[in-house]
Design a protein around this ligand. Structure first.
Ligand SMILES: Nc1ncnc2c1ncn2[C@@H]1O[C@H](COP(=O)(O)OP(=O)(O)OP(=O)(O)O)[C@@H](O)[C@H]1O
Ligand SMILES: [Mg+2]
Length: 247
């Protein structure tokens, strides 16, 4: 199957990734034991697995926020092995976005200011940063909530604001760790659908950790993490031509 994929279209690649933690008493806990997969441009991929199976650890490693013990990670064809912290930071800012279960919005800033923040940090002027933040919020259905503080938003609106903030820099891939895990089911589905719609309109890939079967089934592909490995991979997108249709 993999030989159908145009390498230029791979936004994220993990090859034989291993990670072991110590359990505190010195005994090793093998969390990732040879994880291998690729994410193509614009793909929406779910990561599922029981609690403690290593999903968050995997996302942390893919995002360069933790190091693996061995294996190779590449983002948009650029290997992470051996690059400096500064280069890693730059790669992360340019190519990746992050969304977590808890929104991590800055409480004293409005939704618009929160979403504009990554652009302001990247030194874009306020007018253009706010313009792009407004577009990102609009794509998530929040054009009527621009001046609200996080405390004035609903749980679903806060998560959508956090998604807009991850999306605003135009990343190739968003790593999302249970972004709807804190919401009731209907709100979770609404937020997820808007997340996917916004990502598809921008050609942004999503790797989403979820415990919600319905959300996983709405993705192009499902990776199941079990005993440190990807034990099943629903290759639906490859069969239906998402990959083959790439130039
Ligand atoms: N910094 C750490 N030090 C030691 N052990 C760790 C560390 N981080 C994670 N672990 C262990 O690694 C395993 C995987 O943790 P991880 O958070 O990746 O699981 P998860 O699949 O995301 O679980 P959940 O669905 O509950 O969020 C767990 O057994 C956890 O205790
Ligand atoms: Mg987790």
């Amino acid at each position: 199957m993999n030989n159908l994929v145009n390498p230029a279209k791979i936004v994220l690649s993990a090859k034989d990734v291993h990670k072991t933690f110590s359990d505190g008493t010195g005994s090793p806990v093998v969390v990732l034991n040879g994880v291998t997969f690729e994410i193509c441009a614009g793909e929406i991929v779910a990561v599922i697995g029981s609690s403690g199976s290593g999903k968050s650890t995997l996302l942390q490693i893919l995002g360069g926020l933790d190091a693996c013990d061995s294996g190779e990670i590449s983002i948009a064809g650029r290997p992470l092995n051996g690059i400096s912290q500064a280069e890693m930071g730059q790669l992360r800012n340019e190519l990746l976005g992050f969304v977590y279960q808890f929104h991590h919005l800055l409480p004293e800033f409005s939704a618009l200011e929160n979403v504009a923040m990554p652009l302001r940090i990247a030194r874009l002027d306020e007018i253009h940063a706010h313009e792009r933040a407004r577009e990102a919020l609009k794509a998530l259905g929040l054009e009527h909530r621009l001046t609200h503080l996080p405390s004035q938003l609903s749980g679903g609106e806060r998560q959508r604001t956090a998604i807009a903030r991850a999306m605003v820099t135009g990343p190739a891939c968003i790593l999302a760790d249970e972004p709807t895990g804190n919401l009731d089911h209907d709100t979770a589905m609404d937020v997820f659908e808007q997340f996917v719609q916004s990502a598809r309109s921008r050609g942004c890939a999503i790797l989403i950790v979820t415990h919600d079967q319905l959300i996983a089934q709405r993705c192009d592909r499902i990776l199941r993490l079990e005993e440190g490995r990807i034990v099943s991979e629903d290759a639906r997108c490859q069969q239906t031509g998402v990959v083959q249709s790439m130039p």
